[in-house]
Ligand binder design. Structure first.
Ligand code: NCD
Length: 302
C-alpha cells in the first residue's frame, strides 16, 4: 500500500493486520529501532492536538525522526504565497512519509499526486479521516473483543464529521454484520455520497432524530462535536451546537457493556459528569491512537 489517502484503500485483511499489530505494541511495547533512520513529515495545515501528537509519539516510539512546522502561518505557503504542491514536493524530498491535514476536501489526494513518498491523510476538510477510522475500529475491538455483529449508534453532526463519514462507510463495507443507527437533525444528516456506499452494502441501517429511543439497543454510542469551523452561517451553528447532550439519565436503560466513543475534542455533547461512568471510553480510544498509528507507519515505511 502506497500511503493512505482514502478509506476505499482499506480492506479487511489490512485492517485486521493493523489492529493486531497495534494490540502487540500496546501489550508488549514498541521495538525502539524499528524505524530508525526514517523521517516522518508532519504537515498540519489545520489545527490538531491528538492526531499530530499521536503520530509524533508513534514515530518516536519506533525510533523515527519527525519534521514539521509549528503552525501553517509559519510556512512560505502562508507568508510568501508558495503553492501547496511545491510545499509538498519539497517536504517529500526531506521525509520518508508525509502526514497531511488540510481544511480542503481532496488536499491529501492532491498531495499524493506530487509527492515522491507515501502520503497519509490526517483529515481533509469534511471529507475523510482514515487513520481515525483505524483507531476507532481498534477502540471498538478492544472494548468488545470483536466488531462483527455489534450495534453502533452515530450521534450529532453526521454531515460534516469526517470521522463518522469515514467510519460509517468502512463499517458498512468491511463489517456488514454491524447494525448502524444514525441520529441527527435534518440539517446535519449524513450526505448522499456516504448513503450511497452504505446502502450499496445492504446493511441494517436505522435513522432517527431521537437519541433517547435508541440508546438501549447500542453496544457503541459514538458522539460527535458539531463542526463549528465548517459552518458559514454562524447563527445556524449556534442553534445546532448542543442539539444532543449526553446526560447521564439517557444511559439508565443502556446495555451494561455499552461503550461511549468520541474522537475529541468534545464541546457540549458529553458533559464531564459522564467521564467517571464505566461506559465512558473516549480517553482510552484517544490513547489507542499511538499504537494504531505506529502500526500504520510500520506498515508503510517499516
Ligand atoms: C476530529 C477531527 O479532526 O476530525 N478530531 C480528531 O482527529 N481527533 C474530530 C473533530 O475535530 O471534531
Amino acid at each position: 500500500m502506497n500511503g493512505l489517502i482514502t478509506i476505499t484503500q482499506l480492506d479487511r485483511p489490512m485492517i485486521d493486520a493493523v489492529l493486531k499489530r497495534a494490540d502487540q505494541f500496546a501489550r508488549k511495547g514498541y521495538p525502539a529501532k524499528r524505524l530508525s533512520g526514517k523521517i516522518v513529515g508532519s504537515l498540519f495545515f489545520e489545527g490538531s492536538t491528538r492526531t499530530r501528537l499521536s503520530f509524533d509519539a508513534a514515530a518516536k516510539r519506533l525510533g523515527a525522526g519527525v519534521i514539521g512546522f509549528a503552525s501553517p502561518e509559519a510556512t512560505s505557503l502562508a507568508t510568501k504565497g508558495e503553492s501547496f504542491e511545491d510545499t509538498i514536493r519539497m517536504c517529500a524530498s526531506y521525509a520518508d512519509v508525509l502526514v497531511v491535514r488540510h481544511p480542503d476536501s481532496g488536499a491529501a489526494a492532491l498531495a499524493a499526486t506530487v509527492s515522491t513518498v507515501p502520503v497519509i491523510n490526517a483529515g481533509d476538510g469534511p471529507n475523510e479521516h482514515p487513520t481515525q477510522t483505524l483507531l476507532d475500529l481498534y477502540a471498538i475491538a478492544q472494548a468488545h473483543g470483536r466488531i462483527d455483529g455489534l450495534t453502533v449508534g452515530f450521534v450529532g453532526d453526521l454531515k460534516y464529521s469526517r470521522v463518522l463519514r469515514s467510519l460509517a462507510q468502512t463499517l458498512a463495507t468491511h463489517f456488514p454484520s454491524v447494525k448502524q443507527i444514525w441520529v441527527a437533525p435534518k440539517q446535519l444528516a449524513m450526505e448522499a455520497d456516504v448513503r450511497a456506499v452504505v446502502s450499496a452494502a445492504g446493511i441494517d441501517l436505522e435513522e432517527t432524530t431521537d437519541i433517547a429511543g435508541i440508546v438501549s439497543k447500542l453496544d457503541i454510542l459514538y458522539m460527535t462535536r458539531v463542526q463549528k469551523e465548517r459552518f458559514s452561517d454562524k447563527a445556524a451553528y449556534e442553534k445546532l451546537k448542543d442539539v444532543y447532550v449526553l446526560q447521564p439519565e439517557l444511559l439508565v436503560n443502556a446495555k451494561p457493556n455499552l461503550k461511549i466513543l468520541h474522537a475529541l475534542p468534545r464541546r457540549y455533547e458529553i458533559p464531564d459528569s459522564i467521564d467517571a461512568l464505566p461506559q465512558a471510553y473516549y480517553f482510552q480510544q484517544a490513547a489507542g491512537a499511538v499504537p494504531v498509528r505506529a502500526a500504520l507507519l510500520e506498515h508503510l515505511i517499516g
